[in-house]
Design a protein around this ligand. Structure first.
Ligand SMILES: C[S@@+](CC[C@H](N)C(=O)[O-])C[C@H]1O[C@@H](n2cnc3c(N)ncnc32)[C@H](O)[C@@H]1O
Length: 349
């Protein structure tokens, strides 16, 4: 039997998510701002959860009903057989949101839904389980999180370096430009772009290195069968001025089972040749939080454009940075860690 699910994502990256969900076999995929709704069977959704590189979370839509007062919210929240998924080992965490509704106090919504679920199943354990109660225009949607930890936490970033881009964001950006060549990140930090690109090339599922909330449910889905990685002759390289970064990225690549990704300490401004066929450079340079605080992104982009005319260069920079490119070169705009950014692609000349 099919059920409805919701995959969330940063607004601006929905196209990548929709494309990916369809490829993974999701049905009736409907994009909305900040995510996409889709249908799937219980067994199939586990494969989607395990294979989805773009979503930040995936939710099961449990119920949707009108609720204008506390009593109605309790009664209708309690009509679901929550024991189908939850049990005594779980510890509930209810998130509430409300807009344009008579029930607007999120604390009251949280308490009421908690009591309603407690009337159906005992959950006094240790395993956190997120439930979302969202009331808009007096209609309540209850959703159950399949993910557990946010999905950007792949489980292989054993050595993070400061200000890493989220794996889910890197995966979306890579998907939007679909490289089939060498991939180089000249400010690689923890190696996120390079490792995500290598996983994409080899078909290594992002869920391979972690577990999910769904694994702990009363009727866990069938065990996943991971595909064998395919082989590739493509090269995946990263550079960073920080000596610790190359070391950390190398350790991350090993943990991510893509040890052929190579990293070295180099100042981007001293990068004058790369021993690989020209392909894609993709990076998120360091940038300040205030406008005009740093012109590093523009100088870095300019240096790479001039030194490597045969390469395509993609980069994420604050929205106000002018790289001198035409509007068509802007692939998408989104918010990265609370900063409005644009993702630019300058194709090789
Ligand atoms: C925003 S972080 C990039 C994070 C990276 N994408 C990741 O996921 O970890 C910017 C990186 O640029 C590096 N960096 C700063 N100036 C550099 C330069 N001149 N050459 C190379 N790397 C530089 C910093 O050391 C830092 O790791």
């Amino acid at each position: 039997m099919s059920q409805t699910y919701f995959a969330s994502i940063s607004p601006g990256l929905e196209d990548a998510l929709v494309q990916e969900l369809r490829e993974l076999g999701a049905r009736k995929v409907v994009p909305t701002r900040g995510g996409a709704e889709f249908e799937s069977t219980y067994a199939k959704v586990y494969t989607i959860l395990n294979g989805c590189r773009c979503a930040t979370r995936i939710w099961l839509r449990v119920d949707n009903f009108k609720a204008t007062n506390r009593r109605e919210l309790f009664k209708k929240s309690a009509r679901t057989d929550w024991a189908r998924w939850l049990g005594p080992n779980h510890k509930l965490e209810i998130q509430a949101r409300a807009s344009r509704s008579r029930l607007i106090h999120t604390g009251i919504i949280q308490d009421t839904v908690t009591e309603a679920i407690a009337s159906r199943v005992e959950t006094n354990g240790e395993i956190p389980q997120l439930v979302m109660a969202r009331i808009d225009d007096d209609r309540c949607t209850l959703s159950l999180d399949l993910s557990g930890d946010l999905l950007f936490k792949r489980g292989w970033k054993t050595n993070p370096v400061a200000a890493p881009i989220r794996e889910t964001t890197a995966a979306c950006l890579l998907r939007l430009i679909a490289p089939t060549t060498t991939v180089v990140d000249p400010t690689c930090g923890s190696g996120t772009f390079v490792i995500e690109a290598a996983h994409l090339a080899l078909g290594i599922e992002p869920g391979r290195f972690r577990s999910f909330a769904m694994d702990t449910w009363s009727s866990p889905p069938d065990t996943l069968e991971f595909t064998d990685p395919t082989s590739t002759t493509r090269r995946f390289l990263g550079f960073d001025i920080n000596p610790d970064a190359a070391e950390a990225a190398t350790a991350n690549a090993k943990a991510a089972e893509v040890p052929f990704c190579t990293f070295a300490q180099t100042d981007l401004f001293e990068l004058s040749q790369i021993e690989a066929e020209p392909g894609l450079m993709i990076f998120n340079p360091p940038y300040g939080h205030r406008v005009g605080e740093s012109d590093a992104p523009k100088r870095m982009f300019g240096h790479l454009r001039e030194t490597f005319p045969d390469w395509s260069i993609a980069c994420v920079v604050p929205a106000e940075v002018d790289l001198g490119l035409s509007d068509e070169a802007c692939v998408t705009s989104f918010s990265n860690g609370g900063i409005d950014v644009k993702f630019w692609l300058s194709r090789n000349s």
